[in-house]
Every structure is written in structure tokens, then in C-alpha cells.
Design a protein around this ligand. Structure first.
Ligand code: NAP
Length: 293
């Protein structure tokens, strides 16, 4: 019998157990009849990461592509042989391609994934007033692509629980990106959500139903879109409150899908056809329902 071992892809992070990426990519591999499998690689700490990344260089290592999640999106940078221009500007990598010479190439598909989903939702950023909750890795990717838009928003107000982290993010981005439109505020009220066209939650707040909102729900209004990067639960308290006030709402499942499809393209050079994308998106939706229950 002629047995070819499958090429391995996967996600590194801590934790990774609840990731929906295996469903998405394994569905795509299956639909394309590709001999590959996507696995979870939980890495406990920096030492685990170091060993894993060094091992990727070995000629017989079967791993050819990775996603990177919390807390390693910046920590992987020193191990890479190249980082593409956008990931370099963002300062974080969520996708790694390993070529046949075992060279490691880093990309960031979170920002473009967000942008593709907002485009699908028909949101035009030109001249709009944006409010952002959070200043972690996801905020870094989203704010970067927003600042790089040729016809971008009028303003981007950012509130983060730890003001210092937001200041560091802005100073980091300022080295490589025009950030004049970004304003860090001290209190959630200073976001002026009453006047915002788009509110984006990039924090973890909302993953547990018991968590209080970071903002006053009374400020949400019908002329805005409220976007939560969280997709589990499908409708966070923030989205519920926004919907109750007539706002348009979206969770982050579409962003997850688009960032994943872009990662897949980086690994394989294959642009999936619409039929396969539909199958992949359906599997993702079903898996998110299962995880949410
Ligand atoms: N839809 C998608 O495709 C997608 C992609 C990536 C991530 N995500 C989701 O995005 C979320 C954030 O991920 P990340 O990678 O940006 O994480 P991260 O880098 O750890 O950042 C977490 C952010 O949330 C804030 N935060 C955490 N707990 C808080 C609390 N109790 N009260 C107020 N603020 C709090 C942190 O503020 P401090 O600075 O004060 O700690 C920080 O701004 C996660 O839920 C993740 O699943 C979704």
C-alpha cells in the first residue's frame, strides 16, 4: 500500500481547545480532497513556543502552515525568516507559511478578515465616526487596517480598561502607520457613542453572560452598526442591547471566516471557489452553534 503522510497545519496558542479553525480548514481540505489535516497545538509557555518554533526548521517536520493566537501573535516574530508588509506594520502575526526549504513567513489576516466582513455587510468607512473598545491584539490589527484605508473614517476613538496599554499600542503603530485620526480616551463616555456610526468591541468582555457592559447601553442608537469580534456566544449582551435599540449588529464569525480563508490562501495558493467557501462557512456556523450550547 502506498501511504503518503498528510501535510500538517494547525493553530498554536494558549488556550486553543475552543478554536473553530480546525472545523473550517479540515472542511476545506476534505472538500478539495487534499491530503492534509489541521490540528490544535496548545503551547503552555515561552519555552514550549521556542522548542516548537525551532523544530519547525527541521527538514522532516510535516507542518506547513500555522495560525497563531493569544498570547503568541507578537512572540513568534523573532522566529520568522520574513514578515509581510502589513503584519510588520501591525506588529503581530496570526498566520505562518513554512516553505519547502523550511523557511518561516509571517502574515496577519485578522485586519483584512475584519475588512472583508465589513465590506460584505456593506459598511462604507469613508468619513465615519468610529468607537473602539479594547487595545489588545485584535484592536491592533483592526485599527491598523482602518488607518491604512485610502478613504477611511473621520475619527477613531479608543477606550481601553488599562489606558497605558492603549497608549503603547498607539505609539507602536505611529512608527509605521498614519494614526492622526486615532484618539485614546479615558472613560467609555468619552467615546461619544451617541454620535458614532460604528462601535467595535475587540475586548473579551461578553464571552461570559454575567459580565457587565463596558459602556452605557443608553448611548447605543438606531443609526449605527455595532460589531462584536466575539462569536461565542453568538449574540453578546452588547449586541442584544444594541439590537433592542434598533442598531444593526454583527458578531465576529464572518471575520473569523474571512481571516481563515485568507490564511488558507497563503498556505496553498488556492483561492477556494464559491461552492467550497459556502460549505466551509456552513460548517463554521454549525460548529459555532455547537460550541455556544
Ligand atoms: N472574530 C475573529 O476573527 C477574532 C479574531 C481574533 C480575536 N477574536 C476575539 O477577540 C477577543 C480579544 O482577543 P485579543 O487577541 O485582542 O486579546 P488580547 O490581546 O488579550 O486583548 C484583550 C483586550 O480585552 C481587554 N479586556 C480583557 N478583559 C477585560 C475586562 N474584564 N474588562 C475590560 N477590558 C478587558 C484588554 O484590556 P487590558 O489592556 O486592560 O487588559 C484588552 O484590550 C477574544 O474574544 C477573541 O476570541 C476574534
Amino acid at each position: 500500500m502506498n501511504y503518503e503522510p498528510p501535510a500538517i497545519y494547525g493553530i498554536i496558542g494558549n488556550p486553543v481547545e475552543r478554536s473553530l479553525s480546525p472545523v473550517m480548514h479540515n472542511t476545506a481540505f476534505k472538500a478539495l480532497k487534499v491530503n492534509a489535516v489541521y490540528k490544535l497545538f496548545p503551547l503552555a509557555d515561552a519555552q514550549d513556543l521556542k522548542l516548537f518554533m525551532e523544530d519547525l526548521k527541521e527538514q522532516d517536520n510535516p507542518v506547513f502552515g500555522l495560525n497563531v493566537t493569544v498570547p503568541y501573535k507578537e512572540d513568534v516574530l523573532p522566529y520568522l525568516d520574513s514578515v509581510d508588509a502589513l503584519a510588520d506594520k501591525i506588529g503581530a502575526v496570526n498566520t505562518i507559511v513554512i516553505d519547502h526549504q523550511r523557511k518561516l513567513h509571517g502574515f496577519n489576516t485578522d485586519g483584512p478578515g475584519f475588512m472583508s466582513h465589513l465590506t460584505e455587510l456593506g459598511f462604507d468607512f469613508k468619513g465615519k465616526r468610529l468607537a473602539v473598545l479594547g487595545a489588545g491584539g485584535t484592536a491592533r490589527a483592526i485599527i491598523s487596517v482602518l488607518c491604512l484605508l485610502p478613504e477611511g473614517p473621520e475619527s477613531i476613538a479608543v477606550y481601553n480598561r488599562t489606558r497605558g496599554n492603549a497608549d503603547v499600542l498607539l505609539e507602536d503603530l505611529r512608527q509605521k502607520i498614519p494614526v492622526e485620526k486615532v484618539r485614546i480616551v479615558d472613560e467609555p463616555e468619552d467615546l461619544n457613542i451617541e454620535l458614532a456610526d460604528l462601535l467595535i468591541n475587540t475586548t473579551n468582555v461578553g464571552m461570559k453572560d454575567s459580565e457587565a457592559l463596558l459602556i452605557d447601553a443608553g448611548a447605543l442608537h438606531k443609526d449605527m452598526l455595532v460589531y462584536d469580534v466575539i462569536y461565542n456566544p453568538q449574540e453578546t449582551k452588547l449586541l442584544k442591547e444594541a439590537r433592542a435599540r434598533g442598531a444593526r449588529t454583527s458578531n465576529g464569525l464572518g471575520m473569523l471566516f474571512f481571516q481563515g480563508m485568507l490564511a488558507f490562501w497563503h498556505w496553498s495558493d488556492v483561492e477556494l471557489d464559491e461552492e467550497i467557501k459556502k460549505i466551509v462557512r456552513k460548517s463554521l456556523g454549525e460548529a459555532s452553534l455547537r460550541h455556544g450550547s
